[in-house]
Design a protein around this ligand. Structure first.
Ligand code: SAM
Length: 256
């Protein structure tokens, strides 16, 4: 993760993150002891890693509109796989979270080549997954991977500002949402306010890159302070929130 802001944020995270010993909530203790730690699963044969390797060794170039940076032009698929996709370790944590909660309806904001989507599908193959991507050629490439590897995910192409609401209307109730695109404060808070309306007490919202920039840090602070959010967990790469109104409001910064 480049840049001075995330580097300083990482040093702060390392200083304040606590281990399982500081966790008194049974729900969070269970997560931190059973779901978060790397397990012995051999992930090398997961379609996600096969697809990542196919993309990394591809010589294909596609026309990319980068909604994150606002730039556009030709990019090598290999380069996108290297830079945009979640690292194996973080994507595998996402997989274990999906496996733990077995969400029926999953929504992803930011498909890119679909590597994280593959992992979420592996976590619960019977889940109904909708994934949103702004760049048409990137979405088409992701779709080719889903078709090839029999991943049950529907890709909707277009700016989140025009695709999120229809996707929510289609899915009606979300069980797990992974927000991994458009890492700016105002849009992130807008997505959060929309997602809240389609969430229930057990919905899990996972925000990527919460320490990417000062404005993402502000967005994360507002999200976790929201009165409807009772549990927030910061594992640096992800900010995970739960509604769980039966639980006393508490924020965790946890080693992972
Ligand atoms: C970091 S990548 C997603 C990586 C993917 N989740 C993975 O780990 O394999 C973010 C993606 O979000 C898309 N994106 C960013 N802002 C967007 C917006 N406003 N509308 C639609 N797509 C957007 C970008 O085009 C990019 O492909």
């Amino acid at each position: 993760m480049p840049g001075l802001y995330p580097f300083c944020a990482y040093l702060k995270y390392k200083r304040i993150a606590s281990s399982k010993h500081g966790v008194h909530s049974p729900f969070v203790f269970d997560l931190v002891t059973k779901t978060f730690p790397a397990d012995k699963t051999d992930y090398s044969n997961f379609t996600a890693e096969l697809w990542r390797n196919e993309c990394l060794s591809s010589t294909e170039e596609i026309d990319v509109t980068d909604f994150g940076t606002g730039t556009s032009g030709k990019r090598r698929v290999a380069d996108i796989a290297k830079r945009a996709a979640k690292s194996p370790a973080a994507a595998q944590l996402l997989y274990r979270i999906v496996k733990r909660f077995a969400p029926k309806n999953i929504l992803e904001l930011g498909t890119s080549l679909g590597i994280s989507t593959h992992y979420m599908h592996a976590g619960n193959p019977s889940a109904n997954i909708i994934t949103l991507e702004g760049c048409p050629q990137t979405a088409a490439k992701a779709q080719s991977g889903f078709t090839k590897h029999h991943i049950n995910a529907k890709v909707i192409t277009g700016d989140f500002s025009s695709t999120l609401q229809p996707a929510l209307d289609e899915i009606r109730s979300v069980d797990l949402v992974y927000i991994d695109g458009n890492h700016r404060k105002a849009p992130t808070l807008l997505y959060f306010s929309l997602l809240k309306k389609y969430s229930h007490n057990d919905t899990v919202l996972i925000f990527d890159d919460i320490h990417w920039s000062a404005e993402m840090e502000e967005a994360w602070n507002e999200i976790k302070s929201d009165p409807d959010i009772h549990v927030s967990i910061d594992v640096f790469h992800f900010g995970i929130v739960y509604f769980r109104k039966q639980q006393v409001k508490e924020d965790f910064v946890l080693k992972w």
